[in-house]
Design a protein around this ligand. Structure first.
Ligand SMILES: NC(=O)c1ccc[n+]([C@@H]2O[C@H](COP(=O)([O-])OP(=O)(O)OC[C@H]3O[C@@H](n4cnc5c(N)ncnc54)[C@H](O)[C@@H]3O)[C@@H](O)[C@H]2O)c1
Length: 216
């Protein structure tokens, strides 16, 4: 079997090989959920485009991902006999994101799945969040997700073979959680945000959805 079942925590069954011949673009893929998504999709047959900042963010109290983390994602996907193209870039920088995605798609041949997963959070009382901190959260969690979809959609429309775009959201967009006023505002916390996207694209791109980790 060319795609062996990876070790847990990836669920062992069923592995339906639903993504053989497909390519998935995942942001925030150096670690955490993004890496898990990359490894799971690779186990199901997909080649992967894995983008990550690989740097500390001044607005978080935890360490950022590292180039070594992204290299580990590459190693885990390659262990599954799939191809993976890592891109070290900031989703706030549209031109770099778009250029990296286009080059990777040209190399891997297509684009079928997009997961706008990169994001950050920090815990603050709403009235103590300074303007710069607010802008950083919005730029990454909202505008970064917009950049991800904006760069991918023309490629998928031209390809005209369907596909899916997933915006990683949060339960913070569904219920009131303390200290997350800036985080709860952007796309990572707005499950309704994907709904307008498909209304303006041809039926050749099948749809977009939101995933709310810890809830789904
Ligand atoms: N962990 C949870 O409980 C939880 C709950 C709800 C939603 N989420 C959301 O799920 C997503 C993944 O969370 P995680 O727990 O795996 O976090 P994580 O911090 O482990 O992973 C996020 C990744 O995004 C990358 N990233 C951050 N800013 C970036 C930028 N500007 N450009 C490119 N890459 C950038 C980071 O380097 C990191 O590798 C995030 O959007 C997060 O908000 C997480």
């Amino acid at each position: 079997m060319s795609n062996p079942v990876p070790a847990l925590p990836v669920p062992a069954e069923p592995i339906a090989h639903r993504y053989v011949g497909k390519v998935a673009f995942i942001t925030g893929a150096a670690r955490g959920q993004g890496r898990a998504e990359a490894v799971r999709l690779a186990a199901e047959g997909a080649d992967i485009i894995a983008l990550d900042l690989c740097a500390d963010l001044p607005t978080t109290t935890y360490a950022g991902a590292t180039p070594e983390d992204l290299a580990e994602t590459v190693a885990q996907v390659e262990k599954l006999d799939r191809r993976i193209i890592p891109i070290q870039a900031d989703i706030r920088d549209y031109d770099t994101l778009e250029a990296g995605l286009k080059a990777a798609v040209a190399d891997l041949g297509r684009l079928d799945v997009v997961i706008a997963n990169a994001g950050m959070t920090s815990a603050n009382r709403a009235w103590e969040i300074d303007a710069e901190h607010w802008r950083t959260t919005i730029d990454i969690n909202l505008t970064g997700a917009f950049h991800t979809a904006k760069a991918a959609i023309p490629i998928m429309i031209e390809q005209a073979t369907g596909g899916a775009i997933v915006f990683t959201s949060s339960v913070a967009g569904l219920v009131g959680l303390p200290f997350l006023a800036d985080y709860a505002r952007p796309s990572t916390a707005s499950p309704g945000w994907p709904r307008p996207w498909p209304t303006s694209w041809p039926s050749t791109v099948s749809g977009s959805t939101a995933c709310t980790p810890t809830e789904c």
